[in-house]
Structures are given as C-alpha cells and as structure tokens.
Design a protein around this ligand. Structure first.
Ligand SMILES: C[S@@+](CC[C@H](N)C(=O)[O-])C[C@H]1O[C@@H](n2cnc3c(N)ncnc32)[C@H](O)[C@@H]1O
Length: 364
C-alpha cells in the first residue's frame, strides 16, 4: 500500500503496470525539472505520475479507454471532499438509469441498489467528465468496481471478485452459486469517501500535461505535442492479447458493452507474427522520434514469454531498425515481478521462463 504523495498512483490496478520506481529512477537520474516526457503506451500512467512527482510535464497515449481514464487521473488534482460531493450530487439528481444490465452475472455481481447507483454514476460520467473532480471520481469508481470482500466494511462494490482483472461471467456465476455468495448492499458513497481520503489526501505538485486516447502507430495522434526529452515506456509484450477482455467490467463503466468483447479492436498492436509486431512497434518509435529533441533518450522496459519463434529482445531490436533511435544498452531487470504478473494473467504457468530488459536508446 502506498502512502502520502505516492498514494494516487494506486487509485486503480492495471495489470500490465510497471512499478513506479522504474520511471522515477530513470527520470530522476537523467532528467531535470521542466523536461517534457512522453509515454506512447502509457497504461495506467505510471510514467506520467513519476514525471509529475519530479515536476516534469508529460504526455501519455493509450488506445485502451481504461488506461486513458486512469492516466488522466494521475495528472489531476481535486480535494477528497469535492470528489465525494460530486458523487453525492450525481446520485441525488439522478433518475432511473436508462440502461440497466440484466442476467445472472449482473444479479450476482452487484446488489440491485448498488447496480442502480453504479449505472447512475456511469451515465452522468459518460455525459460529462472533463473536470479534475470528475476524472478522479471516475478513476476511484473504476478502482472499486470489483475486488475481494473483506471481513469488515466493504472496499469494493462487487461480490467476491479478483481486483486486477474482471471476473469472467460464466466462471463467476458458477463460483458465486456454488458458495451461495450473494452481493452485499454496500454503501457506495462511503466506499468512495474512504478511497478519496486514501488516494487524494496529499496531492503531488500540479504539473502541465495531458493524456490522449489514441493509436500510437498513427502519426496524427502526436500532433501538436511539445518536443520531449524523454520517452519512458513499456509496449505490450509480444503474445499478450488479453488487455481488453480482462478489463471488460471497467470498459463497461466507460461506455462499453455489458458483456465480454473478445474481438481485438484495431487500435491495439497486432500480434499476428513477430515481424509484423516489430514493424507495428517500429511505427510508434518513429512517431515519438519526430516529437523529441535531438538529445532525447528512449527508455523501454520490454519482455515476454520465451517463444520458439520469437525471443522478446529480438522482436524489440528489430522494431528499432530505421526507427530514428539507436540502441545503446540493454540491462536485464533483476526481479521480473511485473513480467511474472503479466504471464500469470496471460494464463501461462508463473514459472515459465521470462525475462525483462531495460533498453536505453539515443536519437539516431
Ligand atoms: C505494458 S502496457 C503499459 C503499462 C504502463 N507502463 C503502466 O505502468 O501502466 C502496454 C499498453 O499499450 C497499450 N497499447 C496497445 N496498442 C497500442 C497502440 N496501438 N497505441 C497506444 N497504446 C497501445 C495497451 O492498451 C496497454 O495499456
């Protein structure tokens, strides 16, 4: 559990996240206050948050609506009382929600009162979510949407669930039914208040920056971005395809369907083959090179499962050819905890050989 000025970073888990310590360490070592930072695969905005702590302005891009919503929150400031007041006002003014999901999963996942309130918050935040207060409220709700049921006061809105990735409906219904687990009528406002107090009590400095929901392979995504001195990022690991289905409940809250969508949207890097994947990643490196200064550095944390057909580092090296960047060093990450986490979610055995490298590049 993080405390103090770092607390906001934990507002909602995102399973492919890397530890805050990584971008914080490299930016602190090589950068200085005021240097612009870009992360073209920003996920939950760990790089943006590290930059903020060091008073460096930053831009983030991600094609997942969950990632973009969380990364936006990492650059926002609002008082805990303001966030709670905003939730209270939404619930007080709300009418019956226009869309209420039905079926066994929804009946067992949330108490009927909770589900109505969640739908009311969802519809209000879909209609308007531009203020820092609402952006932070949305991230708090995303973080509380599903998770374990503690012995004492509820900390999540749902019936017993995993915290990081969304329960799969069929499996969850079986699990809850077999154990006769009914959803609790939780106090939505009190959960929001506890979380607002925990994550927002001590805000980091206010620093310029923004996050775009977009495809980093497309050059236009970076239009009008200031030239950055640092690109610190972690692209999708080759072979990991489940970023969006594993986040389906949070995607629903952000306006997505009320069922799991397995189709891979075109905005996610394609995993059809190692060469194709490297080429796609290469387009991103080229786009960011065009939006960096001459002295910029690109620092990539990369890894994946050892595959008969493609070693992760070979894929990465290939992606850097003719990209505007020259690789200088690659260091193995001593404890690849994050890599192990990605692999667990991916369904492979945690002991499966995986490596992560930190790769340092200069402008070519
Ligand atoms: C390994 S994660 C980054 C995690 C991040 N470092 C963090 O701490 O949360 C890779 C991210 O790339 C995003 N992504 C995949 N294809 C993309 C694309 N074409 N454009 C932008 N983002 C993309 C995924 O949605 C995912 O959030």
């Amino acid at each position: 559990m993080s405390h103090g000025v770092h607390a906001l970073n934990a507002i909602c888990p995102y399973y492919t996240m890397y530890p805050l310590d990584f971008p914080l360490r490299v930016l602190n070592k090589y950068g200085k206050r005021g240097d612009w930072v870009i992360d073209p695969f920003c996920g939950r905005g760990t790089t943006n948050f590290a930059a903020r702590l060091l008073e460096m302005p930053s831009m983030g891009v991600d094609s997942s609506p969950v990632a973009a919503a969380l990364a936006q929150a990492k650059l926002s400031t609002a008082a805990p009382s303001g966030v709670v007041a905003s939730a209270r006002a939404i619930l007080k003014a709300a009418k019956e929600p226009t869309a209420l999901p039905t079926g066994a999963f929804w009946r067992l996942a949330y108490h009927e009162h909770t589900l109505v309130q969640l739908c009311q918050l969802r519809e209000a935040l879909l209609a308007e979510c531009s203020s820092p207060t609402r952006i932070l409220l949305r991230a708090i709700v995303l973080g509380a949407l599903h998770g374990p049921r503690p012995q004492g006061a509820a900390s999540h809105f749902s019936n017993q669930s995993p915290r990081t990735f969304a329960p799969k409906p069929k499996y969850a219904v079986k699990f809850w039914t077999a154990r006769a687990m009914r959803p609790v009528d939780v106090d939505v406002l009190s959960i929001i208040k506890t979380r607002a107090d925990r994550y927002l009590a001590e805000p980091p400095p206010n620093v310029e920056g923004s996050v775009r929901l977009g495809d980093s392979r497309v050059a236009d995504t970076f239009a009008d971005m200031p030239k950055a001195r640092f690109v610190v990022t972690s692209p999708p690991y080759f072979g990991m395809r489940t970023y969006l289905p594993d986040q389906w409940l949070r995607l629903w809250f952000l306006g997505g369907p009320d069922y799991v969508e397995y189709r891979q949207p075109k905005e996610q890097l394609e995993h059809s083959g190692a060469d194709h994947f490297a080429a796609e990643m290469g387009r991103v490196w080229k786009n960011v090179a065009d939006h960096t200064t001459e002295t910029a550095r690109l620092i990539i944390r990369y890894g994946g499962i050892h595959d008969r057909d493609a070693e992760p580092m070979d894929v990465l090296k290939k992606s850097l050819v003719d990209s505007g960047w020259k690789m200088k060093t690659a260091k193995a990450v001593p404890d690849s905890d994050a890599a192990r986490r990605q692999v667990i979610q991916f369904g492979a055995k945690p002991k499966k050989a995986i490596t992560e490298h930190d790769v340092y590049c200069y402008r070519a």
